[in-house]
Design a protein around this ligand. Structure first.
Ligand SMILES: NC(=O)c1ccc[n+]([C@@H]2O[C@H](COP(=O)([O-])OP(=O)(O)OC[C@H]3O[C@@H](n4cnc5c(N)ncnc54)[C@H](OP(=O)(O)O)[C@@H]3O)[C@@H](O)[C@H]2O)c1
Length: 292
């Protein structure tokens, strides 16, 4: 993204995003919460989601207080459940015909293997499958408000991702030799592959699509890992507020760069080459649809 002085940047952002409808998942903590505050401060209308509605209401009040803005809607959404996603989309579409910005930010990292209610390995379910189903179900609303934008919060750990499970068999279930880190890396590679898939599919529809890596950030993502991981993380990580700044820029600048770009903070980077392979994207799409 082009560097401009802070006040000019801020005015450009306000002009572009002011009054627009932005949906951000995973805004109950970490990067998502700070990004929601940043978008509100720029004058956007923000929709947040929560698995636990009471917790969501507390965060909604906190976000309103910190931003000094009231335009925050809250919906219940559990990305590990297709039923919950369908219910959310139904409720969202009752109120809104269009959507200007979707930020798929919610994510998990589980040191121990878990399954979703539908029996799918939980990291894949929450980090890839849920956002896939959600995005596909909201494409009509994004097209209604085109030019519109999708940002998928991925990770530089996608460079260590593997997609052996696309070959079939039991690899996706990860019942043998589960590694939480590998499951996370693989799910983040799926985020980047899906971003490039969407970029190709939406090129003629005026919906731009980006993948974003926020850096190493001190959030709840590692909450289930042992103390030593927290200690190291505390030394190498930045604050969620700092990490959210380039995400808010990507969301709100009129022209942050060509659709289909992977951003590491504000810098454009080439993602893992396999992310650009349409045949791989088709395989991932077919697998994701077959699990629905
Ligand atoms: N932190 C880092 O260093 C880092 C680095 C690279 C990429 N990222 C990515 O950044 C994104 C945000 O993570 P974060 O670091 O801000 O972590 P975080 O503080 O743990 O926030 C994660 C958010 O995801 C939500 N979430 C978890 N499971 C969900 C589910 N089943 N359905 C709906 N929402 C769910 C959480 O909601 P609850 O409050 O209900 O748990 C929370 O709001 C993730 O995609 C992560 O992979 C983070």
């Amino acid at each position: 993204m082009a560097r401009k002085d802070d006040s000019l940047l801020n005015n450009l952002q306000k002009e572009h995003i002011g009054g627009k409808l932005c949906l951000i998942t995973g805004a109950t903590s970490g990067i998502g919460k700070e990004a929601a505050i940043g978008l509100l401060e720029l004058g956007a209308q923000v929709v947040i989601t929560a698995r636990d509605i009471a917790r969501g209401q507390a965060v909604q009040r906190e976000i309103q207080m910190k931003s000094g803005r009231s335009r925050v809607e809250l919906y219940e959404l559990d990305l590990s459940s297709k039923k919950s996603i369908q219910e959310f989309v139904k409720n969202f579409k009752k109120r809104h015909k269009g959507l200007d910005l979707l930020i798929n930010n919610a994510g998990v990292s589980h040191p121990q293997r878990k399954e979703s209610a539908e029996g799918i390995e939980a990291t894949f379910a929450v980090n890839h499958l849920g956002p896939f189903w959600l995005t596909e179900a909201l494409l009509d609303t994004l097209q209604n408000n085109a030019p519109s934008r999708i940002i998928n919060v991925a990770s530089a750990l996608h460079y260590r991702g593997k997609i052996d499970f696309l070959a079939g068999g039991d690899a996706l279930a990860r019942k043998e030799n589960y590694s939480g880190l590998q499951a996370y890396n693989d799910s983040k590679l799926c985020n980047v592959i899906y971003t490039m898939d969407l970029f190709r599919k939406l090129q003629s529809k005026n919906v731009s699509v980006y993948a974003f890596h926020p850096g190493v950030v001190n959030t709840g993502l590692i909450r289930d890992y042992p103390g030593i991981v927290h200690a190291i993380w505390g030394l190498i990580s930045k604050s969620p507020k700092k990490a959210a700044k380039p995400l808010v820029q990507l969301a709100s600048l009129p022209d942050p760069g060509p659709s289909g770009t992977y951003f590491h903070g504000t810098k454009r980077k080439n993602p893992l080459p396999i992310s650009n392979d349409p045949a791989v994207a088709d395989q991932l799409r077919k697998l994701s649809e077959s699990l629905g």
